[in-house]
Design a protein around this ligand. Structure first.
Ligand code: AP5
Length: 219
């Protein structure tokens, strides 16, 4: 594939991060996760992080004006010349419109939007068992993707952590916010003719195969 501009959409826990990490090598473009960028800002105690934290802690969306500058800067990076795989952005109609404007200005439109469909029960179960490596970012699940040594990253041995917003009441709020503010983008991108609805259940390898088939990539 030459240039590839793809968005992964889906509810919290749908597997966007898991799939993006495994797809970057096949697609040859960087993975850009708005959630990861915001968490880095929070950890780094930057002005953006300090403002974003209060929204993230309760499962609400960080205001568009904060997120847009961050994404515009990131997709302007030289590593994004061949494209990108966006995970968690856009999440509102205003973000989708702004992304369209950014890409028009850069001369290459969005090519594919993959909407991962996973039911609410499965999403809650996935988030309740998620663990992640604070050092290398690798994702695990206590049942579905357990590390070889309990609580330790297989790659770098660092102690795994539970994300702050994976508490039950915050997850409920994140799912509600997704349904109200982000799910309408599915219809928006269907109208644009670039939507692929992909079943996000089954093994990560099966889901990956379905995504690659949808976007015309090589395994
Ligand atoms: P963000 O980090 O984007 O979180 P999210 O969209 O809620 O998605 P998650 O990261 O929770 O889930 P995922 O779909 O990536 O699933 P994963 O692969 O980890 O956003 C966090 C917060 O930041 C937001 O609430 C908001 O406040 C803010 N924010 C971010 N972007 C924003 C924006 N654009 N605008 C405004 N605010 C923004 O998988 C989950 C678990 O399931 C893992 O344990 C994994 O091992 C397991 N798993 C994955 N696939 C499978 C499978 N096929 N079978 C079984 N288990 C699986």
């Amino acid at each position: 594939m030459s240039e590839v501009r793809v968005v992964l959409l889906g509810p919290p826990g749908a597997g966007k991060g898991t799939q993006a990490k495994s797809l970057v090598a096949s697609l040859g473009v960087p993975h850009i996760s708005s959630g990861d960028l915001l968490r880095e800002a929070v950890t780094g105690l930057t002005e953006l992080g300090l403002e974003a934290r209060s929204y993230m802690d309760v499962g609400d969306l960080v205001p568009d004006e904060l997120v847009l500058g961050m994404i515009e800067k990131r997709i302007g990076g030289t590593d994004c010349a061949p494209g990108f795989l966006l995970d968690g952005f856009p999440r509102t109609q205003a973000q989708a419109a702004a992304l369209g404007d950014m890409l028009n200005a850069r001369g290459g439109p969005l090519e594919h939007v993959v909407a991962l469909a996973v039911n609410r029960t499965e999403v809650v179960e996935r988030l309740a068992g998620r663990r992640s490596c604070p050092d290398c970012g690798r994702l695990y699940h206590v049942r579905f993707e357990a590390p070889q040594n309990e609580g330790r990253c297989d790659g770098c041995g660092t102690e795994l952590v539970v994300r702050d917003d994976d508490r039950e009441e915050t997850v409920r709020q994140r799912v509600a916010v997704y349904e109200n503010r982000t799910a309408p983008l599915i219809e928006f991108y269907r109208q644009e003719g670039i939507l692929h609805e992909v079943n996000g259940s089954g093994s990560p390898a099966d889901v990956r195969g379905r995504i690659l088939e949808a976007v015309g990539g090589q395994a």
